[in-house]
Design a protein around this ligand. Structure first.
Ligand SMILES: Cc1cc2nc3c(=O)[nH]c(=O)nc-3n(C[C@H](O)[C@H](O)[C@H](O)COP(=O)(O)O)c2cc1C
Ligand code: SF4
Length: 480
């Protein structure tokens, strides 16, 4: 077990730990409030829209929509809590599938079922909650995240129904065993045809715009369909192979949305690097592909040495996205299914994960450094950083320093706001945190859904702790 963050009493002790781990991260000793000039309180302009500060709420699903893809009370509660957080950009809310068969689970929101009216309900809920708490919502930016779950599509309780960009040497066989899924390649025709994949994203974006969203996020991360296309070297034809072909799906969707809904800002949540798939073996995490084996199924990695990051392609892609009119990229990494320690650094693994193979601070630093390199290389597009939650008490110190030093434009908050929705407000108003609300990365919000339950902060949020799902999760964990 690696040392817990809570044991570090001062910033100097954290700096000592960074040194032990050979991590180079900026960290400020004093946390500033908005009044005392926090860089996190300065406005963030993304194209023609401006958010009032530099805190962004990452999209987070709850596996809690109705079985036909509509909101429920816990789902609305989560969006309301995003609205009262004090962050001025709500990036996506949660992943909304563009078609029913693109849902990652039977309780994911679905765009065509929501339609403009359902989307309006979500958008105005966030605005109203924000306005009621802060007096104005004029400087609030709200986006909707659009997705197709591809390989991880599981639209009904009947089971997985994976749609893939190409056959993967490891994941295909695992999926056939674990889910009896029959991974089917998405055909070129399905992408291009009228009413095909591109059209469904465009149609959902049109509805989002009509519903009042300022921006849509075309989700290209975490192993879902568009992200998988970025590594589709093995796919023949127009939509795979070389860099041009592999990025064509994402770029075409962006272009088509720009054409059809020019007033709508476009963001992209992008996994800027992958790694090889990891699995639990004999109670520890192991990479399924060796350091020196060839592996051509990742994006942003060196195919000859696939544990190494190579940002040349991701940087080129971000440049292209900027040139296509994308105003902001939310930079993330890896896959919560195949490399959770890369994607969501945590001290405690989710139930389908493995104990952390490294101090999770290394995972945090990996993402912050990669995002910095992208920001340094590409001007003219806003960058949002990910994986700050594990820093816990010291998140404000590092977030403030990364923005102040120009490493990143804005800091995204994921798990931290599930346990502690007022986190951004507390930092910007008093600089002080309610320690008992800090996310300790127990991963129950991921373990819940992995066991067919809703997601929520079961350890720290009474609403979930006392729920029937809370009881079920405790029972499941006690049997493990
Ligand atoms: C319960 C849960 C649900 C998530 N749902 C989404 C999602 O819908 N879309 C997305 O892009 N990322 C999703 N993520 C990933 C987070 O947005 C974020 O990238 C991740 O938690 C790392 O950031 P953090 O360290 O601040 O938590 C989810 C994460 C969690 C824990
Ligand atoms: S369950 Fe709560 S404490 Fe655990 S990782 Fe999720 S938000 Fe954090």
């Amino acid at each position: 077990m690696f040392p817990r963050i809570a044991r570090y009493r001062t910033v100097d002790e954290v700096i000592e730990r960074f040194k032990e781990l050979s991590i180079d991260l900026p960290i400020d000793h004093e946390v500033l409030t908005a009044e005392s000039g926090s860089p996190l309180a300065s406005p963030l302009t993304m194209g023609s829209i401006t958010a009032g500060n530099r805190f962004v709420i990452h999209p987070m699903e709850g596996w809690d929509a109705t079985s036909d893809g509509l909101p429920t009370e816990p789902l609305l509660r989560r969006w309301r809590r995003f609205g009262i957080s004090g962050a001025k950009c709500i990036w996506g809310g949660e992943a909304v599938a563009v078609v029913p068969q693109g849902r990652a689970h039977p309780h994911q929101l679905e765009a065509s079922r929501l339609g403009t009216l359902g989307m309006q309900q979500l958008c105005s809920l966030v605005h109203t909650a924000h306005r009621e708490k802060f007096g104005t919502d004029e400087d609030l930016v709200v986006a909707l995240q659009l997705t197709h779950s591809g390989r991880y599509a599981r639209p009904t309780v009947a089971g997985a129904s994976p749609r893939i960009a190409y056959h993967h040497p490891v994941l295909d066989s695992e999926m056939a065993i674990s889910s009896k899924g029959d991974p089917r390649i998405v055909s070129d025709q399905e992408i291009e045809k009228e009413g095909g994949i591109i059209d469904t994203f465009v149609c959902a974006a049109e509805n989002a715009s009509a519903a009042g969203f300022d921006m849509v996020d075309v989700k290209a991360c975490h192993s879902y369909l568009i992200h998988e296309f970025l590594s589709a070297r093995r796919r023949p034809g127009r939509w795979g192979g070389d860099f041009e072909g592999r990025t064509r799906l994402l770029c075409s969707i962006v272009e088509r949305i720009r054409e059809r809904v020019p007033r709508l800002a476009i963001g992209v949540r992008l996994s800027i690097f992958d790694t090889v798939p990891w699995r639990k073996t004999f109670n520890r995490g192991e990479p399924l592909i060796g350091k020196n084996e060839e592996y051509d199924c990742g994006f942003g990695i060196n195919i000859h040495s696939p544990h190494e990051i190579d940002l040349a392609e991701p940087i080129e892609l971000v440049r292209r996205l900027r040139d296509l009119g994308v105003v902001a990229v939310n930079l993330t990494a890896g896959s919560p299914y195949n490399s959770p320690h890369i994607s969501r650094p945590a001290l405690f693994p989710p139930s389908d994960g493995y104990p952390p193979p490294e101090d999770p601070l290394i995972g945090v630093a990996r993402q912050i450094h990669a995002a910095r390199k992208v920001k340094q290389a590409v001007e003219g597009i806003v960058t949002v950083g990910t994986a700050y939650t594990y820093l816990q008490e010291y998140l404000p110190h590092v977030a403030q320093a990364t923005v102040r030093s120009g490493w990143i434009d804005a800091v995204g908050l994921g798990r931290m706001v599930l346990s502690y929705p007022e986190f951004p407000t507390d930092i910007l108003t008093s600089g002080k945190l309610a320690r008992t609300s800090i996310c300790r990365t127990f991963s129950d919000c991921t373990s819940g859904p992995r066991n067919g339950l809703a997601s929520g902060c079961y350890p720290l949020d009474e609403y979930y702790k006392r729920s029937p799902d809370g009881e079920s999760l405790r029972a499941i964990k006690s049997r493990e």
